[in-house]
Ligand binder design. Sequence first.
Ligand code: SAH
Ligand code: DHB
Ligand code: MG
Length: 226
Amino acid sequence: MTEAQWTAVDGYVTELLIPKEPALDEALRASAEAGLPPNQVSPAQGKLLHLLARAQGARAILEIGTLGGYSTIWLARALPADGRLVTIETDPKHAEVASTNIARAGLAHLAEVRTGNALDILPQLAAERREPFDLIFIDADKTGTPDYFKWALDLARVGSVIIVDNVVRKGALADFRDSDPNVVAMRQFHELLSVERRVSATTIQTVGTKGYDGFTLALVLDQNSR
Ligand code: SAH
Ligand code: DHB
Ligand code: MG
């Protein structure tokens, strides 16, 4: 299978199953116009996040890594009218573009962009002691993933779902000669998962418009029940 085929299949699926949404298209357009890197999830991945949040009955969602708010909009649209989403973004320009995109999507009352380094904001969120997050999407700087995952566990409840993007890294995850810090961090993350009694997890490889990568899905459990 070639990358052209992956893209064609994504196009086919998107055309049939993902109706054009002005707010999402506008978010992509505004993000590109502002010069943001095109690193948002694909439409098919965005819809997967949306469906997982709905299947989960999520009322509170945490996202780490906002960019222009594309995945944020997909996730926030899964929330009930009194739901809550917090998304963390370190780059003020990204945060501003995202806030505009979220407001244009009519989701400003549900989704709050917190500007700052996730390692500063996550302890703040823990200190606020609000309701736990039902779904957590980790998609910021890849070297931070092991730390973000530990914080996610603190901010979750039994039954929460934690999703981590970009863990397969074109297969480098299992190429032990590859010492790229992003790859090493994802291996560290998997080692952490393998000994963490509070979650049961799997990693799924993906191909599509964003090439070859993958994501991890972890379910938070009662200790020792996996
Ligand atoms: N979730 C987005 C894509 C996020 S791209 C989507 O799918 O639409 C990763 C984002 O994480 C970038 O905007 C980057 O600025 C941000 N980021 C990088 N390091 C960060 C950190 N330490 N804390 C918070 N955000 C960070
Ligand atoms: C890239 C892709 C991502 O999904 C992400 O979160 C960050 C960067 C990339 O393709 O470079
Ligand atoms: Mg990503």
